[in-house]
Design a protein around this ligand. Structure first.
Ligand code: FES
Ligand SMILES: [Fe+2]
Length: 358
């Protein structure tokens, strides 16, 4: 196990940003957020600020820092506007070169090499709807990075319908504490008594625990409760959904992306962005299943979406105070702690982490 200092040391954090984030594929967003010309998604964490932007149908990624005076170019998480800096109005083209510069003659001689003012480029690769970037010189391919999870993520993303909830939730905790938490099955009995347990999850043994390279997944089966008939009626409009299973299916794409399907009736994409050793932003996105909801069905699905959103907020805020107390605890002890034998996903995460950091 890694020492508790790994959760708060500034030195460890700097190494993580280089080896686990800068040198690897990083998730940015979904193609559904980048569907139209000028759509953009930006991610920012301690290691980098990156923007992916749609230029007339093609996706390009750059460092989101203006080559004039370092202003961030896109200041929102996502939106629709040209790649134009808000400070002095430089606009950048699909090659990352400034092509419109107010008072251009004050900066450049005629025929000057614009490549010198080019934004740092990243390579964009997609797996289904999931958009990833990597530094452009890095030879690693996304298929190779995701391994056996590539077709899994690709197929799953085909079942994602419209997004119905997006939020960013700050956590005063190290990013690895959030990762370990989503891989941890044993805390549900106590912490999620009124949520996961009440909904029938975490009562049966885990199924299909899968470890592949750095990534992992499991199914948390749902036990039928005494209000099963009522539940079946409430969700009867989803009976012919394309992806159906009686479980909470959870995938972790190393190092910080979580993809979950709740019986194929709703989908969750969580993205933990490390801001500082003791500070993480959790970006959450929720999706309804990809299917046509006509008239009455639309209304029923809107109600289901509201319920899913309320449930999600409940679970996140059940975990958050504990995760923040773990951060404080890790700063007070030198003990390394212990992980249960059955928690193979946490063990695998920590092993892969230690290998990369060694
Ligand atoms: S800092 Fe971006 S245009 Fe000046
Ligand atoms: Fe939890």
């Amino acid at each position: 196990l890694i020492p508790p200092s790994s959760y708060h040391s500034a030195e460890v954090f700097v190494t993580e940003m280089a080896r686990l984030f800068r040198d690897q594929f990083q998730f940015v967003g979904l193609t559904s957020e980048l569907a139209s010309d000028r759509d953009f998604v930006s991610v920012e964490h301690a290691g980098a600020s990156i923007v992916v932007q749609n230029f007339k149908g093609s996706l390009r990624a750059f460092e989101n820092v203006c080559s004039h005076r370092f202003s961030k170019i896109q200041t929102e998480d996502r939106g629709n506007r040209p790649l134009t800096c808000r400070y002095h109005g430089w606009s950048f083209n699909e090659a990352g070169q400034p092509f419109a510069m107010p008072k251009r003659a004050e900066y450049l001689e005629d025929g000057a090499d614009l490549e010198l003012l080019c934004l740092k480029r990243y390579r964009v690769e997609t797996c289904g709807k999931f958009v990833f970037v990597i530094e452009s010189e890095n030879p690693l391919g996304l298929q190779e990075y995701l391994g056996e999870f590539y077709p899994v993520v690709e197929q799953l993303s085909g079942h994602l319908g419209a997004e119905f909830h997006y939020d960013v939730i700050p956590h005063a905790a190290n990013w690895k504490i959030l990762v370990e938490n989503v891989l941890d099955n044993h805390h549900c009995a106590l912490l999620h008594r009124d949520s996961f347990i009440a909904w029938g999850f975490c009562k049966l043994p885990l199924e299909d625990v899968r470890l592949e390279g750095r990534h992992s997944s499991f199914h948390v089966p749902r036990a039928e409760g005494d209000r099963e008939a009522l539940r079946r009626r409430a969700f009867s409009h989803l009976e012919d959904r394309s992806f159906a299973h009686d479980s909470f299916y959870h995938i972790m794409v190393f190092p910080n992306l979580f993809i979950a399907s709740n019986e194929g009736m709703s989908f969750y994409v969580g993205h933990a962005l490390p801001i500082a050793p003791g500070e993480t932003l959790l970006r959450v996105r929720y999706f309804e299943p990809a299917m046509a909801f006509e008239k009455g069905r639309r209304m029923r699905q809107d109600i289901a979406n509201e319920q899913t959103k309320a449930n999600a907020v409940q679970v996140i805020y059940e975990d958050k105070p504990i995760l923040e107390s773990i951060q404080k605890g890790a700063q007070l002890t030198n003990q390394r702690g212990i992980v249960a034998r059955g928690e193979v996903r946490i063990r695998a995460f920590l092993d892969r982490y230690a290998e990369l950091m060694a």
